[in-house]
Design a protein around this ligand. Structure first.
Ligand code: FES
Ligand code: FES
Length: 217
């Protein structure tokens, strides 16, 4: 076990865990911040997405020993009272179905809006290419992001910032989905069962995923 001091949602918290422990488990099991979900555990689905220094990253594949003094923002830190434009837009558009993927979706959307205040549908598709929603909420997500962007413009507020988010990506941090993630979603779009080494990077559009979900919405 090793002692770490983590900056989570603007508070410095001490944890004593093994260095290889995924940040996801530290958040959920040690700090009891269970808003961040476990889906695949392999950086494929996006359910575990949090911000690390303002960048949307997969906490399931981030070892706690690599976080250092970076600022971690979870869904609990986006706003204390649900007043963040994305949270309000999510409710107004009734995006959530089972809700399992939604915290990760919202965190990636917050990172998108922090750097792009008026994202196009293509921008949204790109930002969410590594997220899987079994309930097929993609059209409502698009609608909610556009609404949040509009709300933010009217409020003059930074939609990406939570209680502690720094919106400048840390040096060397990857800004997109992991390569395996992109492979997986490309395989979902083509109906291939599992990730394939060397598969071309082709993110599915939301429309494609909706079709695969049988037009659930
Ligand atoms: S649980 Fe981390 S990407 Fe699926
Ligand atoms: S709302 Fe059910 S998995 Fe996305």
């Amino acid at each position: 076990m090793t002692a770490y001091k983590l900056n989570v949602n603007g508070t410095i918290l001490s944890v004593d865990v093994a260095p290889e422990t995924p940040l996801l488990w530290v958040l959920r099991d040690t700090l009891e911040l269970t808003g961040t979900k476990f889906g695949c555990g392999q950086a494929f689905c996006g359910a575990c997405t949090v911000h690390i220094d303002g960048v949307a990253e997969r906490s399931c594949s981030t070892r706690v020993s690599t976080v250092g003094e970076s600022k971690i923002l979870t869904i609990e830190g986006l706003s204390g009272d649900g007043s963040h434009p994305l949270q309000r837009a999510w409710l107004e558009a009734q995006v959530s179905q089972c809700g399992y993927c939604q915290a990760g979706m919202i965190m990636s959307c917050a990172a998108l809006l922090a750097t792009n205040r008026a994202p196009s549908d293509d921008d949204i598709d790109e930002a969410l290419a590594g997220h899987i929603c079994r309930c097929g909420t993609y059209p409502r997500i698009r609608k909610a992001i556009h609404a949040a962007a509009k709300m933010t413009a009217e409020m003059g507020r930074d939609a990406g910032a939570g209680t502690s988010a720094a919106i400048t990506p840390r040096a060397g941090a990857a800004s997109g989905a992991p390569t395996d993630d992109a492979r997986f979603t490309a395989n979902v779009a083509t109906g291939t069962a599992s990730p394939t080494a060397g598969a071309p990077r082709r993110a599915p559009t939301i429309d494609t995923l909706v079709q695969l979900d049988g037009g659930a919405l």
